[in-house]
Design a protein around this ligand. Structure first.
Ligand SMILES: [Zn+2]
Length: 79
């Protein structure tokens, strides 16, 4: 289950650690994603945490996230 209408274009800046959980306005916490992925993330938070597009406040965001620009990375396929 992944966003099917991803344009792969960094239209929005998304905070991976939500600002409500202490996420900062830094390059390490921000990721450029398309508007449909952004909508998908906030509609499917459980998926988004597995995809590392949402990161808990006590975790360190890794780059790239497991799902990036319309594709799962190999790291996620290993698990
Ligand atoms: Zn997208």
């Amino acid at each position: 289950m992944i966003p099917t209408v991803c344009t792969g274009s960094p239209e929005h800046l998304h905070h991976r650690q939500l600002r409500s959980q202490g996420g900062e306005h830094t390059t390490g916490n921000l990721v450029g994603i398309c508007s449909s992925c952004h909508d998908w993330i906030h509609a499917h938070p459980r998926w988004a945490y597995r995809a590392e597009l949402l990161v808990h406040g006590w975790e360190e965001p890794r780059f790239p996230p497991a799902f990036y620009r319309g594709r799962m990375t190999t790291r996620e396929e290993e698990t």
